[in-house]
Design a protein. Structure first.
Length: 99
């Protein structure tokens, strides 16, 4: 079993991160801190993070894209690349993460 490594270098994610208000930034960072402590199987089952496959999207390399919750208001999208969780974007409207 392997711990999750975070890749937060995606430009769209970084732009959105710096546009979040302080409370939402703290929620995101707390969620990412929690994810860092998990193994992949634990992430898939975690009820608070609510890891969900987005069936309508894949990356250009064919990776599945998933959504995760980090506050009552926001969801993020990400994909798994080996040991890395690559964070793609943040969405204020939960439904827009799936479009």
């Amino acid at each position: 079993m392997t711990k999750i490594l975070l890749d937060m270098n995606y430009p769209e994610f970084q732009k959105q991160l710096f546009e979040l208000d302080k409370i939402e930034q703290r929620s995101l960072l707390n969620t990412l801190k929690k994810i860092k402590k998990l193994e992949w199987e634990e992430l898939y089952k975690d009820k608070g993070i609510r890891w969900e496959l987005i069936t309508s999207k894949t990356t250009s390399k064919g990776n599945n894209i998933y959504s995760f919750s980090f506050s009552k208001k926001y969801r993020g999208t990400a994909y798994r690349d080996g040991q890395y969780l690559v964070i793609l974007a943040l969405f204020v409207d939960h439904d827009s993460a799936y479009k």
